[in-house]
Every structure is written in structure tokens, then in C-alpha cells.
Design a protein around this ligand. Structure first.
Ligand SMILES: Nc1ncnc2c1ncn2[C@@H]1O[C@H](COP(=O)(O)OP(=O)(O)OP(=O)(O)O)[C@@H](O)[C@H]1O
Length: 246
């Protein structure tokens, strides 16, 4: 997947100002940046939920930004998205939450769906909780059910939006282990946005920093740690800075 010279403004405010980024097949790329840097806006472009003012998002050789609406939907099916805090349907039990995309987008029988739900729950170490309601689950479990739903359709690319927000450090580390396991066990490419540098170092093959509407640094974790850029260093020291977008 590649992002080429992506620009986006909202009401005259430039949020993305020429983002360039490539993600290799099977790689786990983590995008970090201060509050308001445009991480969510960038993530929405990757999945075609937002159209750029200028630039391209290339997925398997196709330009998502130029694709016809039907083609855009087909390309979007290649993605699995894990939203902040799991974003489960509160009125459905765990089984129906994970079965939802399978019932909607495939012709699988209920038996096949049950088998796939079992497989997905097993991958996130939550076997046997099909009948539970989201309200009965802890924050970490809800995230993992969200992951199970995101992988149900066997996506090529998994997007994680702040997978650790609001979790205690131990639960956050457990979530990261599940993400790493998914990367190792599934033929999947991963893009995660986060503020959490501890998490970024655990789950990334490469870390990209978004600042001022551009990617200002991309490096594997160990190299990223040593980058001399003062902004990167203040970020690493746990002092995320408010972005000023004009
Ligand atoms: N639909 C929209 N309309 C207008 N402005 C928007 C819209 N979406 C995002 N923005 C603006 O774009 C900027 C970047 O927002 P974004 O949510 O991408 O930041 P972020 O890096 O994800 O921040 P955080 O880490 O705090 O979630 C913000 O100033 C936000 O107000």
C-alpha cells in the first residue's frame, strides 16, 4: 500500500500537507503524532472513508482516491478496521457482533459462520465467550472482540485506531501481544495509529511520525529511538505536543 502526496483541508484548515508513505506486505507500520496531527484523518483516507483534495492511496495497484464507488467498496473489503474501544454493537452478543460482517458480506452458512467466529475468538484468546454481551466484558476484552470482528472477513490489511486508549498498562501490553500474534499468524499487513510510544515500540516493524501534515520520520523502532529530531525526542520522553495546523 502506498500513500502519495496526500493533501486534505477542512474549512480552509490544512490537515494533511503532502503525506507520503509506503507499507510493505506483511509489515506492521505504526503512525504516531501529537493530538490533532491528522492521524485519524489519514487513517480514514487509507480506507476510502474520506476523499483527498489531492494525492493518491494505492492498494494492490489501484488508486482508492480515483476508484468508482463500486470499486471503492471492493477495495475497502480488503481492509479490516478495529475502532477505538472496540465499537461493538451493544445490543448484540459477542457471537452476533463477529458474525455481523460474515452475514452481511458472505454467503456462508450459519454453521460455517459459527466455525469462523470460533476461529477468530480463539486467535484473540477469548474462546467460549460467544454468548456474553459487550456490557459484561472488560475494556481489554471488548478490544479483542473488536479485533476478532475485524479479522472475520480475512482482510489483507488491518487498521487499528488507538488500540490501547484508556487501558491500564498491563492490559495495554496484553493487547499488544495479541496484535503481534495476529501479525505473526495471519497473512496480514497492519497500520496502527497511536499516541502510545510504548505500544508503538512493541508492535511496529517501522514507526512513522506525522507532524505538520507530513510524515517527518520513518524508521524501525531501534533507529527511531535514536533520531536526533527534537520533536521526536520530546515525544519519546512522553511529552506529546499539540499540533498547530494552520
Ligand atoms: N470532518 C472534519 N471536519 C473538520 N475538521 C476535521 C474533520 N476531521 C478532522 N478534522 C480536524 O483535523 C485535525 C486532525 O484531526 P485528527 O482527528 O485526524 O487528529 P489526530 O491526530 O487523530 O488526533 P488525536 O490523537 O487527538 O485523535 C483536527 O484539527 C480536527 O479538528
Amino acid at each position: 500500500m502506498a500513500v502519495i502526496d496526500l493533501w486534505k483541508s477542512f474549512s480552509g484548515k490544512e490537515v494533511l500537507r503532502g503525506v507520503n508513505l509506503t507499507v510493505a506486505p506483511g509489515e506492521s507500520l505504526v503512525i504516531v503524532g501529537g493530538s490533532g496531527a491528522g492521524k485519524s484523518v489519514l487513517l480514514k483516507h487509507l480506507i476510502g472513508l474520506v476523499q483527498p483534495d489531492r494525492g493518491h492511496v494505492i492498494v494492490d495497484g489501484e488508486d482508492l482516491a480515483c476508484a468508482e464507488p463500486e470499486r471503492c467498496l471492493a477495495i475497502r473489503r480488503k481492509f479490516g478496521m478495529s475502532f477505538q474501544e472496540g465499537a461493538l454493537f451493544d445490543s448484540m452478543n459477542v457471537f452476533d457482533n463477529i458474525a455481523f460482517p460474515l452475514r452481511r458480506h458472505t454467503r456462508m452458512s450459519e454453521e460455517e459462520i459459527a466455525e469462523r467466529v470460533r476461529e477468530c475468538l480463539s486467535l484473540v484468546h477469548l474462546s467460549g465467550i460467544e454468548k456474553k454481551m459487550p456490557s459484561e466484558l472488560s475494556g481489554g476484552m471488548r478490544r479483542r472482540v473488536g479485533f476478532a470482528r475485524a479479522i472475520a472477513l480475512k482482510p489483507e490489511i488491518l487498521l487499528f485506531d488507538e488500540p490501547n486508549t484508556g487501558l491500564d498498562p498491563i492490559t495495554a501490553a496484553a493487547i499488544d501481544r495479541v496484535i503481534i500474534e495476529m501479525r505473526d499468524k495471519l497473512p496480514v499487513t497492519m497500520v496502527t495509529i497511536t499516541h502510545d510510544m510504548n505500544s508503538a515500540f512493541r508492535i511496529a516493524d517501522r514507526i512513522a511520525m506525522l507532524r505538520g501534515g507530513k510524515i517527518v520520520a520513518v524508521a524501525p523502532p531501534e533507529e527511531f529511538r535514536k533520531l536526533p529530531d527534537p520533536y521526536v525526542q520530546s515525544f519519546l520522553a512522553g511529552q506529546p505536543v499539540e499540533e498547530e495546523v494552520a
